[in-house]
Design a protein. Structure first.
Length: 310
């Protein structure tokens, strides 16, 4: 009876901790919650799926296995110690038990894999994107550019502690410039690195992908709510790794269009075609003087008569 009460109490405690942990603190959207335990609240379909996989599939399985192993350990400690069981059993193998503890874990893993592969396919099969943002990781800041809107790279650097406190923003999460995206649109993120390996990690959207120099990785998200969402570089990238926050501002489509107008380059001025100046009329040519007529030279016809010599 005591063992049953112990097991029941242990099970109740673990289940209570697992499913009411997030009630310990008021959850904040888009940033970590002080004294929080659970995952950040979801702000995209991918994060909803990830939370379902964690809370509904993994946690019950992990909890059940932990309770089962704890009960077995308690039984062994109480009933089969040297004092309670001075003469141990002589057998060393049990075929049915060995088959069971091989097949049952395999079945558990196959059950988990069904939901795991479904989630992986959701991350891989990106819907048709409405917007593309190129993200470049530097030591130690981020650069955002919008190829579709022809917006050149915008750098984003962490706010100083003084500026963050002045603006009532979370220090080491707030940046001087945000990545701006419209709500309800599929955003494709092309991630690469400029110097070392970084990682683009946004917990509220459930995405993380590495920024590797010389390689472009792809991720996507679809924000469900407007607001400011924070992330960080999650790959050790040097001495200032902790000072690479990511700040994404999700706005309405109208606000996004207005923001694009402020960032897009002005349209090029139309080329001016020079107008040809008409040439001045040419002066009439001077008359060409006629050559004088050749004069006839008088020729003297001298008749030479032969002289007779006597």
């Amino acid at each position: 009876m005591n063992m049953r009460k112990l097991a029941a109490g242990l099970a109740a405690m673990m289940v209570g901790v697992g499913f009411s942990a997030q009630a310990l603190a008021a959850e904040l959207l888009g940033q970590p919650t002080p004294d929080g335990i659970g995952l950040q609240p979801a702000a995209s379909p991918l994060k909803h799926s990830a939370i379902f996989f964690h809370n509904v599939i993994l946690m019950p399985v992990i909890t059940a296995i932990s309770i089962f192993v704890a009960i077995l350990l308690a039984i062994i400690i109480v009933r089969f110690n040297k004092k309670a069981n001075p003469v141990p059993a002589k057998f060393s193998h049990n075929t049915a038990l060995e088959v069971a503890w091989t097949l049952i874990p395999v079945g558990i893993l196959l059950f988990i894999s069904i939901f795991s592969f479904k989630l992986l396919f959701a991350y891989h099969d990106m819907p048709k994107p409405d917007l593309t943002v190129k993200v470049v990781g530097y030591q130690w800041y981020w650069g955002y550019s919008y190829p579709d809107q022809k917006i050149d790279e915008i750098t984003s650097v962490m706010l100083s502690e003084t500026d963050a406190k002045t603006q009532n923003l979370p220090y080491r999460l707030a940046a001087d410039t945000s990545m701006v995206v419209p709500v309800g649109k599929t955003v494709r993120v092309l991630v690469t690195g400029s110097d070392v390996i970084h990682a683009f990690f946004m917990p509220a959207f459930g995405i993380t992908t590495q920024a590797i120099p010389g390689r472009v990785n792809e991720a996507w998200f679809k924000a469900e709510k407007t607001g400011t969402f924070y992330g960080q570089c999650s790959q050790l990238c040097g001495s200032d790794h902790a000072f690479m926050p990511i700040q994404i501002q999700v706005v309405t489509q109208e606000e996004f269009d207005a923001w694009v107008q402020t960032k897009a380059p002005p349209p090029a001025a139309p080329a001016v075609t020079p107008v040809a100046t008409p040439a001045a009329p040419a002066a009439p040519a001077a008359p060409v003087a006629s050559a004088p007529a050749p004069q006839k030279t008088a020729q003297l016809d001298v008749a030479v008569k032969p002289v007779a010599m006597n």
